[in-house]
Design a protein around this ligand. Structure first.
Ligand SMILES: [Zn+2]
Length: 387
């Protein structure tokens, strides 16, 4: 039987001691990762020079060597102050990074720095009892007696917890709990009722999304205003930051404020995208959208900023994964070469050459059949035709 996996990211409210523990575990993970990468580089150099007598580096062998080292050296005893997963997962991560590199999916791993790298560490569930969630409490190794407070309950109470990653964004701590399920949760199935409706969706700059049934998805002025305010705050903080000396305490404070702003912006956008994509997948059974790759969008520099801000790519990804969770929902991503803007949704005539629709043209006027229609609506109807 295939197993299903779901993650639930929940905000944490750690005590002062727990926060110190988290910071320590993140530091140890970083330290171990850098040690492992350094050893890997050295061994790889030797291996390249002499392939016959040297072995290629391996993250498991490095982990075993590190374990011995830390048990024998007094100055490394601090590593035992946190759960063993904090350091052992560093080797796991490094192994995966190299795997991605060899599969040409990733870049050469870099050393982690306190300033640049995101603080995080992962606890794996070695047994059924090592990680537990009860109501609003999270129990992890070393914190079995004093659980960590959660902002909400775990969405999958019947699932088996496989791991939990604890990470920091700005000065807020989160946990991502990975759960294994035997079957799709009932409420998830209920949420996605079967329908027969199909819809074409055109994503645009003026209107966020235009649906082929004439409905529009707009970004509300209130949301725009909130984003604008945060944007202004980011600019001010960046200005302040550029004037602060490199190693002042205040600089760190400004940086935390800045990352809080970025986090808020991200939350506002993601909330919007989740709600809208959820609605679409719930309501329609076949969806067709244009496959907007970042590369295509960036060709037009004027558009780049606003397009990036409207996060089309994330929106498409959300619709994609949500439609996979609902049975029988088909998401068709139209090739970006498909001329949805240039075709007449009435007669199929295609505008070419100097007749082509330009960005400023808001209305599609067909010279063949005389149809006059809103540009975005025309495109969305053309997209629906691909279903
Ligand atoms: Zn026409």
């Amino acid at each position: 039987m295939t197993k299903l996996y779901r993650t639930h990211k929940i905000r944490l409210y750690p005590t002062y001691e727990q926060e110190i523990y988290f910071k320590k575990a993140c530091g140890i993970k970083r330290f171990t990762y850098n040690w492992a990468l350094n050893e890997w580089n050295k061994e790889y150099e030797k291996y390249i020079k002499n392939k016959k007598s040297c072995k290629a580096p391996n993250h498991r062998i490095l982990r075993d060597r590190f374990t011995k080292l830390k048990n024998n050296k007094e100055e490394l005893s601090f590593i035992n102050e946190v759960s063993k997963y904090a350091f052992s997962n560093a080797f796991e991560d490094l192994g995966n990074s190299f795997k991605r590199l060899f599969n040409k999916q990733g870049k050469y791993p870099k050393f982690k720095s306190k300033k640049r790298s995101k603080d995080s560490f992962r606890e794996d569930a070695a047994t059924k009892f090592s990680i537990k969630v009860k109501d609003y409490s999270l129990f992890i190794p070393k914190w079995q007696k004093k659980p960590i407070k959660l902002a909400e309950r775990l969405r999958y109470p019947n699932g088996r917890i496989k791991s939990c990653t604890i990470s920091r964004t700005a000065d807020i701590w989160f946990t991502s709990i990975l759960v294994e399920l035997d079957k799709q949760p009932k409420d998830e199935l209920k949420r996605y009722k079967k329908t027969k409706d199909k819809i074409g969706i055109d994503l645009g700059i003026k209107t966020y999304a235009t649906l082929s049934n004439g409905k529009k998805i707009k970004i509300k002025n209130k949301m725009k205003l909130r984003l604008k305010r945060l944007d202004r705050k980011v600019n001010v903080l960046q200005e302040v930051l550029s004037k602060k000396s490199k190693i002042s305490n205040n600089r760190e404070k400004v940086k935390t404020k800045l990352s809080r702003c970025y986090y808020k912006i991200k939350c506002i956008k993601e909330d919007f995208l989740h709600k809208k994509s959820q609605h679409l997948v719930r309501k329609y059974n076949s969806i067709c959208m244009e496959d907007l790759t970042l590369k295509n969008m960036m060709k037009n520099h004027k558009l780049a900023k606003s397009l990036q801000e409207s996060m089309f790519r994330t929106f498409i990804d959300y619709v994609d994964y949500k439609s996979k969770r609902k049975h029988n929902v088909i998401l068709i991503l139209a090739d970006s070469k498909y001329p949805s803007t240039q075709l007449c949704s009435g007669c199929g005539n295609r505008k070419i050459g100097k007749d082509k629709m330009k960005l400023k043209d808001r209305e599609y006027i067909c010279t063949k059949c005389g149809l006059i229609i809103d540009r975005d609506l025309n495109a969305s109807i053309n997209l629906e035709k691909l279903i």
